[in-house]
Design a protein around this ligand. Structure first.
Ligand code: UDP
Length: 328
C-alpha cells in the first residue's frame, strides 16, 4: 500500500487532501502542530486503520518510520489575519519546515509536492497571472512574511530538484473556499457568510473594487492530485479564473443569504492585491484540468456548512491565543 505524509493535515486544504488520499486507497500520515488547524477537521478519519495523526511542528526535525511514497507540504498559516498574528512561525514553516520536508523526501526517496500560493505574484502588474510572471512583492510589508516564505520555499524546492534530482512538484494555489474553512480566520468568504448568519453588516475593505477569483475545494484538490501524479516540475497555477469584485461578491452573499444587513466599508489592509485571476492555460494543457464547480453552487454548499455549525462556533470571535507561537 502506498504511503503519503500530509503536513497541515488538520487545516482546510490538508484535511480535504487526507480525505482524497484515503478515498484513493493510500495509507495517510497526517501531521499538524494545531496552531491554526483543528482536529475536528480530521476526527472522522481517526477510526481508519489507514490513517494516523502525528502532532508535530515541522519546523523541528521531522521523523517518520518506514517508507514514504509521497509528501504534500501544506502546513502554514494562510490567511492575512493569521500571518499578521504569527509572522515568525509563518516564515519558519515556509523556510525551515520546507527544508526539513525536502530532506525527508530525499532520505525516503519520496516525491514531494509543495503548496505555494498566488501571493508569490504579490500585487500583480500582469493580469491574469501566468506562471512566467515574477511578481510584485513587498518583502518588508505585513504580507511579506508569507509571500517571501513561499518564494523561498519554491526556490529551495527547485534547488533540491536540480541539485539532488529530487522529484518535486509546486502548486500555486489561488483563493480556495469550501467547508472546514475557519469561520473567523478573516478571509472574505467565511467573514461575509459569518456576518450574514450573525445578522451583522458585511465589511468591505476599501472600495470593494479589488478582484478575486474563487475556486471550490473539490476542484482544487482534484488539480493538486493531478499535478502530483504528473511529471511536471515547475510551478502550476490551480484556481478558478472566474473573477469578481469584492463588492459584487458581497451583493451575491446578501442575495443568497437573504440578510437584511447592509454593506459597511473599512480601511483596506496594506498591500492588499488590487486584482487576482489565475491564468490556468498550463494546468489545462499538462493536467487536462479545469474547475467544474461554479461559484453559486460552491458558495451554497459552503453556506449550508457554516449554517449547520453550533451557534457557539458561529459566535466565537477568535479561535486561539497565538502569541506564544512567535517566541518558539
Ligand atoms: N475583504 C473584505 N472584507 C472582509 C475580509 C476581506 O473586503 O471582511 C477583502 C480583502 O481586503 C481582500 C479580499 O477581500 O481584498 C480577499 O481577502 P482574503 O483575506 O479572503 O484573501 P486574500 O486574497 O487577500 O489573501
Amino acid at each position: 500500500m502506498k504511503k503519503v505524509l500530509i503536513t497541515g493535515a488538520a487545516g482546510f486544504l490538508g484535511s480535504h487532501l487526507c480525505d482524497k488520499f484515503i478515498d484513493e486507497g493510500y495509507h495517510v500520515i497526517g501531521m499538524d502542530n494545531l496552531i491554526t488547524g483543528d482536529l475536528k477537521n480530521i476526527q472522522h478519519l481517526m477510526p481508519s486503520e489507514r490513517f494516523e495523526f502525528h502532532h508535530h511542528d515541522v519546523t523541528k526535525f521531522v521523523h517518520v518510520e518506514g517508507d514514504l511514497d509521497y509528501i504534500l507540504h501544506f502546513a502554514s498559516p494562510a490567511s492575512p489575519i493569521d500571518y499578521l498574528k504569527i509572522p515568525i512561525q509563518t516564515l519558519k514553516v515556509g523556510s525551515l519546515g520546507t527544508h526539513n520536508l525536502l530532506g525527508l523526501a530525499k532520505a525516503k526517496n519520496a516525491r514531494i509536492l509543495i503548496a505555494s500560493t498566488s501571493e508569490v505574484y504579490g500585487d500583480p502588474l500582469v493580469h491574469p497571472q501566468n506562471e512566467e510572471y515574477y511578481g510584485n512583492v513587498n518583502a518588508i510589508g505585513p504580507r511579506g512574511v508569507y509571500d517571501e516564505a513561499k518564494r523561498f520555499q519554491e526556490s529551495m524546492t527547485m534547488a533540491y530538484h536540480r541539485f539532488h534530482g529530487l522529484e518535486t512538484r509546486i502548486v500555486r494555489i489561488f483563493n480556495t473556499y469550501g467547508p472546514r474553512m475557519r469561520l473567523n480566520d478573516g478571509r472574505v468568504i467565511p467573514a461575509f457568510i459569518g456576518q450574514a448568519l450573525r445578522g451583522e453588516d458585511l465589511t468591505i475593505f476599501g472600495d470593494g473594487l479589488q478582484t478575486r477569483s474563487f475556486c471550490y475545494i473539490d476542484d482544487q484538490i482534484d488539480g493538486i492530485f493531478k499535478l502530483l501524479m504528473s511529471d511536471y516540475v515547475f510551478p502550476v497555477n490551480i484556481g478558478n479564473p472566474h473573477e469578481i469584485t469584492i463588492k459584487e461578491f458581497a451583493e451575491e452573499i446578501i442575495e443568497l443569504t437573504g440578510t437584511k444587513q447592509k454593506i459597511v466599508h473599512k480601511e483596506l489592509p496594506q498591500d492588499d492585491p488590487k486584482q487576482r485571476q489565475p491564468d490556468i492555460s498550463l494546468a489545462k494543457k499538462i493536467l487536462n484540468w479545469e474547475p467544474k464547480i461554479g461559484r453559486k453552487e460552491g458558495i451554497k454548499i459552503t453556506y449550508d456548512y457554516f449554517k449547520s455549525l453550533p451557534i457557539e462556533e458561529l459566535n466565537k470571535k477568535e479561535h486561539k491565543d497565538f502569541s506564544e507561537h512567535n517566541k518558539k
